[in-house]
Write a protein that binds this ligand. Sequence first.
Ligand SMILES: Cc1ncc(COP(=O)(O)O)c(C=O)c1O
Length: 429
Amino acid sequence: MRDEILAVDGGNSVLPASIEYKWPKLRADWRDCVLGQLDSGKLSIYDRSGVVADFEDSWSKLLDIEFSLVTSSGTAALHSAFYGIGLGPGDEVLCPTYTFFATAVPLLQLGALPVLVDCKPDGSFDAELAADLVTERTKAIVVTHMWGLPCEMTAILALADRYGLDVVEDCSHAHGARYRGRPVGAFGSAGAWSLQTQKIIAAGEGGVLATGRRDVYDRAQLLGHFNKRAVREMDTEGPLYRYATTGLGLKYRAHPLGVAFAAGQIAELPQWIDAKQDYANRIAEYFQRIDGVRALTMSTAERTSAHYALLFEVDPEVVEGGRDWLVRACNAEGIGDVDVPKATSPLHTLEVFQDPVSPVVKYDKECIRSSYPVADRLAARTFKISVPCAPRGHEDEDDRYLEAVRLVTEKIADHLSRQDGRSLRHSPL
Ligand SMILES: Cc1ncc(COP(=O)(O)O)c(C=O)c1O
C-alpha cells in the first residue's frame, strides 16, 4: 500500500499525463461512411431516402417499432414528440426536475407547461410523487432515463393509464438501454434521442424520434420536414396533410454527413451495451474502495443501463470536503472525466422554470409546485464518469482508461485509509 501525497495536496499525479475518455472514436470505417456520403454529393436529403432512410430503418428494427424520424437534434426530436402527441397552450406535462433542461424547455414553444417532479434516489422519475401533481390540465408525462438507467416504466405507464396521459421518453442518455428486456423509447407514445457528439450513438449533432403511432409520426413530420418528405410520407387522408408542402415554419432535417457517421454505429450498439455492463462494474468497484462513495445508477435485473455515464454519491460525513474535494482530487491525479454534471442542474433551480415564459402564451400557473429534496441532494453530492464501450479497434484505448481509473482510485483510497482527517470514518481495505 502506497502513501503518496495526493496531487491535490501538491504531490505528483499518479498518471504521467492527464487522460480523458475519448468519444466518439474516429474509426476508419465511420470516416469512410462520411467520405462516401460527401462523394455522393447528397449533402441535403429532402425525402426519406439514402442514409436517412437507412438510419431510420435500423432504428425502427432495433426498437421493434414502426416509425423513426431523424431530426437535427435531440431538442428537435423532443419538440416534435410533444407536438406529435398534440400538446398545446394550457396543457400541463409532468416532468422530472432531475434532467437536462432540453427535456422540458421545448414545451414552452407549444405553450404547454412543465410541472416539475422530484426524483428517486437513483435519479429516475418518481411516479408516486408525480401522481400528487396531476390536475385536470395534465395531458402527458415526460421521463428521462438519466445516465442510461431506465426509469420504472411499469409504474409510469400505470399512472399514465389511470389519468389517460401520453408518455414521452427522453432517451438521450439511454441508447440501447432495456427495461424488462425491452428497449427504452418504445414504451410510451414517443421516444426521443439526442445524437449529439457525446452521446452513445453520435452524429455530431442530430436526434431521432420513434413512435408506434401514425398520428404522432405525421405531426412530427409536419413540424420539421416540410415539402418532399412530409408530402410523400404523411397519411394523405390525415387531417393535417393539406399543410404538408409548407409545414408549420420549422426545419428539423438532419445533416447527412452526421447521419452517415452515426448510421454504422447502430449495428454495434448491443455489443457496446454489454461491454459497458462490465466496465461499469469495474469502475464501481474501483470507486467504492473509497469509503463514503456509492454508485447510484448500476443496472439491475429489470433495468439494463446504457451506462452513458456512471453516477456516484459522496457522503460528506465520510469524505471530508465531500464530492467537490473528491472530484478535484481525481482531476489532479489525471482523470479529467470525473465531473460534476453542471448542465444537468435540477430544473427548479433554473430561471426559465422559476418564472416560465413562452413565445405563444402567458402562463398563469407555476412549474414549481413542491419541494425537491432528492434532486437537491443529488446535485450537491454526486459526480459522474464516462463508461467506455470498447468499440472494435479501440479496446486497448478503453482498457487503458480503465487502468487509469483503477490507479487513481487506488491512490486516493490508500491515502484516505491512512488519514484520520480526510476520511472521517474509513474502514481498512
Ligand atoms: C437528457 C437530454 N435531453 C435532451 C438533450 C438535448 O439533445 P440535443 O443536444 O441533441 O439537442 C440532451 C443532450 O444534451 C440530454 O442530455
